[in-house]
Each structure stands twice: as structure tokens, then as C-alpha cells.
Ligand binder design. Structure first.
Ligand code: NAD
Length: 343
């Protein structure tokens, strides 16, 4: 059984703890957080205040990094250098440059795996749609992808940023909704499009008068290879966390993921037919889905069997490209091409 530690035992960590407990492949043996008052959450296992001490004193197979975004890359580097596999919460880092640096560094440690937590890819709706777009359907012609749309209308109260001020700063978070809440939707958009990103015309803005630096709202039009159009809108300024919507239009049909269900619509746009439904996580955070468990379990199995069947660091780079494009396009008020950013 893999020996696992969580670094950063704040808000998201309980989902990791739950997922680890659900997986026969791993066992939580230690936790680490700079906040000693959190020690009481895990009275039965060793608690460390410093990741260096954790890595020095425990024989670990995997570290889960559940930290503010600016600490992802430096902490992942420490684990790689110790030969410990990393399960990294999204985003990879606070910038594309930093994320590419980690990907480059990881090439020097080929025996050490790094997975990124894009758990929504493991939802049954996502897996079913990806399979249809990749391999077609035995019942009808799927056609060629023409457009993808991602819509996230959520709400975060000001107390969300006040509770953990890193969430509101460029230096620590690298972005607001683009890096924290709707990055999953950016990831799904590019994963379904299945083509390289070429450009973006986008804007970041604040619709709420909170005392934060980062945007609460973002809009962008992405161009992918083969003339695929990607439209994205995300906000934390709505009233509630409405269901995320991801739509894919092909030359023959339209697919829609909404309310944890996947529908296909015929060419005329009606007769929506349910084709898959997700299981959901119990309780108020049901929108997290059960994806974390599947994402973590796949990673553990990939470590045990030395396979590639997990979400690699490099799989997460397109989402960082999209975030960087949104930031640059917003700052210059112009369409920005990826080739101008990555030379
Ligand atoms: N995949 C998802 O759906 C999902 C959902 C929520 C959050 N997240 C991600 O999880 C990560 C953590 O987010 P959160 O909301 O739980 O943050 P949080 O602020 O609630 O928790 C972060 C914890 O890290 C600790 N910490 C800070 N610096 C540290 C250090 N140097 N060493 C050890 N511990 C340190 C803090 O004390 C805190 O307990 C972020 O990357 C976030 O984007 C992912």
C-alpha cells in the first residue's frame, strides 16, 4: 500500500482525505501545515509544520499538494528531488512560465510521476463525451467539432477571500475565477476540443466591489486548430453556484453537460436525449463530484503498475496557456496568439 501525506490541510483537504480512505491502494500516514491549530484534525498521525521535515522523517510514496497556488511549484520541486510522487491540486502554478519550468524539471526525474487534480475529467458525463468525440457513436454520425462553450456562473462571498487572503492576490493565487474556480471548465473545453490552442481575445473584470486584486469575472473567445471556436464565460458574482454548462457543437449534433447529466440534441436543436449521468459527492459540496476519488485512485494504480494512465503535468499545461492568454489579452485589450507567448 502506498504511503501518502497531505501538505496543506485547509478547505479542500478533507476531500483528499476521504478519497484516500476510499482507495485500497493508499494510506494517509502524515499531514503537514504551517498552521499548528489544524493538528487536531488528524490526531492519530504525525503532523509536521514544515515540508522539509516531513520529507526527511517519513518514508513516503506520494505527497498531495493542497496549498495556495504560489507554493505548488516550489513544493512539488522538493518532492520530485526526493523521489516522491506528487498529486498536485490545480492550477499547476501561478503562471505559464512557472508551470513549464516544473514540466521541464520533471523530465529529469522520469521515475517520479506528477498528476494534476482535474477530477472533472473522471465524471461519467465527461468520459462519455470524450469517448464519443474521439471514437464516434455506433448509432449516429458524431461529425467534426466546430465549437465548445464553457459557462460558470457561481458565487463567492467576500468572506471567502477574507478567510484566506491568498485567494485574492495575484502573487499568491495567480488569478481569481480563471485560476481557482473555472479552470476545470477551461480544461474540459480544451480536452473536448482535442486540438492545440491558437489564440484568445478575452477580458478579466470585477463586477463585485470586494477588496481583492484578482478578477471575479472573465470572458474569452479562444481559437483552436482546425477552426474550432471556444467561448468561455465565468463569474463568481452570481447569487448561487449554478450548474456549470459545457457544450460541444459538431457538424452533426450538439452535446450539453449540465446538472451532472450529458444530453445529445439532433441537428434541429431539439429532442435532447439523456446519455450519461454523474454520481455526486454527498453534502453541500456536491459540485466537486466523485471525480477526486477516481482521479486519485487512477494515479495510485498508475504508480503501482508503472503505467501512464493518469492526468499528467503536461496534460494540465493547456489550461495554463488559456489562463495566460486571458491575462495577456485583457492587459493589452487585443487578441493574443499563443506562439507570441511561447517562443
Ligand atoms: N480540485 C478542486 O475542485 C478544488 C477545490 C477547491 C480548492 N482546490 C485547490 O486546493 C488548493 C488549496 O485550496 P484551499 O481552498 O483548500 O486553500 P486553504 O487556504 O483553505 O488551505 C491551504 C492550507 O495550506 C496551508 N499552508 C499555507 N502555506 C503552507 C506551507 N508553506 N506549508 C504547509 N502548509 C501551508 C494553510 O495553512 C492552509 O491550511 C488550491 O490549489 C485550490 O485551487 C481545488
Amino acid at each position: 500500500m502506498l504511503k501518502v501525506a497531505i501538505v496543506g490541510i485547509g478547505t479542500i483537504s478533507y476531500i483528499h482525505q476521504w478519497a484516500i480512505e476510499e482507495c485500497a491502494e493508499g494510506e494517509l500516514v502524515a499531514v503537514c501545515d504551517i498552521n499548528p491549530s489544524l493538528k487536531v484534525k488528524y490526531p492519530e498521525i504525525p503532523f509536521y509544520k514544515d515540508i522539509d521535515e516531513l520529507l526527511e522523517n517519513e518514508e513516503l510514496d506520494v505527497v498531495h499538494i493542497c496549498l495556495p497556488h504560489d507554493l505548488h511549484v516550489p513544493m512539488a520541486e522538493k518532492c520530485l528531488k526526493k523521489g516522491v510522487h506528487v498529486f498536485l491540486e490545480k492550477p499547476v502554478g501561478i503562471s505559464l512560465e512557472e508551470s513549464m519550468h516544473l514540466a521541464e524539471l520533471s523530465n529529469h526525474y522520469p521515475g517520479v510521476k506528477t498528476a494534476v487534480s482535474f477530477q472533472n475529467r473522471y465524471n461519467l458525463t465527461s468520459l462519455t463525451l470524450k469517448e464519443l468525440l474521439t471514437n464516434g457513436s455506433p448509432d449516429y454520425e458524431v461529425g467534426k467539432i466546430k465549437a465548445v462553450k464553457g459557462l460558470v456562473t457561481w458565487f463567492r462571498p467576500e468572506s471567502y477571500y477574507e478567510a484566506e487572503p491568498w485567494r485574492g492576490t495575484w502573487e499568491n493565487a495567480g488569478g481569481g475565477t480563471i485560476s481557482n474556480q473555472s479552470i476545470h471548465t477551461l480544461d474540459l473545453m480544451q480536452w473536448f476540443a482535442g486540438k492545440d490552442i491558437l489564440s484568445c481575445q478575452g477580458r478579466l473584470m470585477n463586477l463585485l466591489d470586494y477588496n481583492i486584486e484578482v478578477e471575479d469575472t472573465a470572458v474569452g473567445r479562444f481559437e483552436f486548430e482546425e477552426d474550432i471556436n471556444g467561448l468561455y464565460f465565468a463569474t463568481n458574482a452570481y447569487e448561487v453556484n449554478s450548474s456549470v454548462e459545457v457544450e460541444v457543437i459538431t457538424s452533426r449534433v450538439r452535446y450539453l453537460i449540465k446538472n451532472n447529466a450529458l444530453y445529445v440534441f439532433d441537428e434541429e436543436g431539439y429532442e435532447g436525449q439523456l446519455i450519461a449521468e454523474d454520481e455526486t459527492f454527498p453534502g453541500s459540496k456536491s459540485y466537486y463530484g466523485l471525480g477526486h476519488k477516481h482521479c486519485i485512485q487512477s494515479f495510485y494504480r498508475a504508480i503501482q503498475n508503472d503505467t501512464d494512465d493518469y492526468i499528467h503535468l503536461t496534460d494540465a499545461l493547456p489550461s495554463m496557456q488559456m489562463i495566460e492568454l486571458l491575462k495577456q489579452s485583457s492587459a493589452t485589450e487585443q487578441k493574443v496568439y499563443l506562439k507570441e507567448l511561447v517562443k
